[in-house]
Ligand binder design. Structure first.
Ligand SMILES: NC(=O)c1ccc[n+]([C@@H]2O[C@H](COP(=O)([O-])OP(=O)(O)OC[C@H]3O[C@@H](n4cnc5c(N)ncnc54)[C@H](O)[C@@H]3O)[C@@H](O)[C@H]2O)c1
Length: 492
């Protein structure tokens, strides 16, 4: 199976195909470039000489040839309009011949890129904005019909990587098609837990070693990390190989940390299998383990080599774990505002679209601030109190997402957003999440735990507060009496 990139003009298909191909040790095949070679002049010139119809006929012929010949490790970028052809669509859909990735772009960004093309790069269908937007709408559905998955490109100061989201991606041949390494050159070593390994590890196809930890937050520890390092060393993993984190946020954080530190760093591919991990923890490169004193106290930034997301893996997730993930969806929607918040506020199903929107939000935040010194702090909404709840209850009573839902309610109270707090409380409750803190959790202990939060600078623990969905403030000082009131309110 080859990888075929489709999407609207200006989406960046050619650049991304070249980058994906480079990582596979080859050159990309760009249908527009091959067509220009075949025609002997530019596409704009072909439009002038023979019109769009003749161009489309030539394009259809060429793309069908390219798709018939492409195989194995090939990465192909198709011209934006080529999927309008029935023959091209049939070739893409035919019996799983290739894996088709949709490179998304919004019309504004596409216009800016295409309009900036300059002389020699002018596109005949990008001369007038109204017609350009209409074409975008017309083609959008076509792309979605033929795409097996969506490709987002994550960028940060320390590197960039593909994020591929698609139902059925964990099918063996699909996964092989999108795998970011040549297995003959770099062996895959997998870290999973004892729940997830038996369900999905076999889908990875021939890993050199599978290391399974006991499931749960209690095992996100240095002791588990040491066990993983030991197992990798015993199995002979080298820096030419790569690690796979197959599981939820616990496995992702732990395996990411092991990848950051084993032989001073090996690449890691995340294959997230919980909602928490698919909407949040797999992206952005924060890795680490807990100490008894506080959560995530030891760790490193280590960006993934790729994140491969199959929403169908959530089918086996127990309901309380899915609910815990919903807390991170709600948090992300509050940070994003706009369309994502509207979807979540309307209690739309948490599906592939929601997962993609959450991933996009997080990637945009991390792209601005990888190391959490500015914008990234918005992602901590609800987490100061949430982490304190997890710590004082010994990481056993509440799942991370459950603690975050209580933390969100406290943050909304501290933000003076009572009405929004009620709305959020209604949504959390409807998804089976706690909206009241157990009466036996000591408020004073909890407040003391927030002081150990690793975001503390000097005397103050900065809080993340919200003026409205999409309008988040970071670094907000909160006086202790206010915090006490917000936490006490959680206990009714
Ligand atoms: N690094 C980050 O940016 C970041 C962001 C958010 C959360 N986190 C971390 O994520 C962790 C929580 O992650 P989580 O909620 O995914 O918990 P988890 O990894 O403990 O998974 C929850 C449970 O579900 C099981 N499971 C996982 N996938 C399954 C599947 N498909 N089918 C059946 N069972 C499955 C696991 O074995 C486990 O028992 C916390 O440690 C938190 O700190 C990290």
């Amino acid at each position: 199976m080859a990888l075929v990139l489709i999407g609207f003009m200006g989406a960046g298909k050619s650049t991304l195909a070249a980058e994906l191909a480079r990582r596979r040790g080859r050159s990309a095949i760009d249908s527009d470039v091959v067509l220009v070679e075949r025609l002997g002049h530019s596409i704009a010139r072909e439009f002038e000489l023979h019109g769009e119809r003749a161009f489309r006929a030539a394009e259809e012929e060429l793309v069908c040839d390219v798709l018939a010949q492409a195989s194995g490790e090939d990465v192909v970028a198709l011209g934006g309009g080529s999927v309008q052809s029935d023959r091209v669509r049939d070739a893409l859909l035919a019996g799983g011949a290739h894996t088709t990735l949709l490179v998304e772009v919004d019309p504004q960004a596409a216009w800016e890129r295409v309009a900036a093309g300059g002389e020699g790069c002018e596109r005949p269908l990008a001369r007038e904005r109204g017609a350009f937007d209409a074409l975008y709408e017309q083609r959008r559905e076509r792309y979605e019909q033929v795409a097996d998955a969506t490709l987002l490109w994550a960028s940060s100061d320390s590197g960039s990587y593909p994020v591929i989201v698609g139902r059925g991606l964990l099918a063996r041949d699909r996964l092989a098609a999108v795998w970011p390494f040549q297995r003959s050159r770099s062996r895959a070593f997998c870290v999973s837990d004892r729940n997830v390994g038996p369900l999905y590890a076999e889908r990875l196809g021939g890993v050199a070693e599978l290391v399974e930890i006991d499931p749960g937050e209690r095992h996100k520890t240095l002791a588990s990390a040491e066990a993983v390092w030991g197992a990798l060393a015993a199995a002979g993993m080298t820096r030419a190989d790569h690690l796979v984190a197959l599981g939820g946020g616990v496995v992702g954080d732990l395996a990411g940390f092991c990848a950051a530190t084993y032989q001073r760093g090996v690449p890691v591919v995340h294959v997230p299998t919980t909602l928490v991990a698919q909407v949040d923890s797999a992206y952005g490169g924060k890795t680490g383990v807990d100490l008894p004193a506080a959560k995530n106290y030891v760790g490193a930034y280590h960006q993934p080599a790729a994140v491969l997301v199959d929403p169908d893996a959530l089918a086996s997730l127990p309901e309380p774990e899915r609910a815990a993930g919903y807390a991170e969806v709600l948090k992300t929607a509050l940070i994003a505002g706009g369309e994502l918040w509207e979807r979540v506020a309307a209690d739309a199903p948490v599906d592939e679209r929601t997962i993609l929107a959450c991933a996009r939000t997080k990637l945009a935040v991390v792209a601005e601030d990888e190391r959490d010194v500015g914008r990234r702090q918005v992602l901590n909404l609800g987490h100061t109190v949430g982490h304190a709840i997890e710590t004082v209850t010994g990481y056993e009573r509440y799942r991370h997402g459950e603690a975050v839902s209580l933390g969100l309610l406290a943050a909304l109270r501290l933000s003076g957003q009572q009405q929004l707090r009620e709305q959020v409380s209604g949504l959390l409750g409807a998804h089976g999440l706690p909206v009241a803190l157990d009466a036996d959790v000591e408020v004073e202990q909890l407040i003391a735990a927030t002081r150990r939060d690793k975001k503390r600078t000097g005397e103050q623990v900065p809080f993340v507060l919200l003026d409205a969905p999409g309008r988040v403030r970071t670094g907000c000082p909160v006086a202790e009496p206010q915090l006490r009131a917000a936490v006490s309110e959680l206990q009714g």
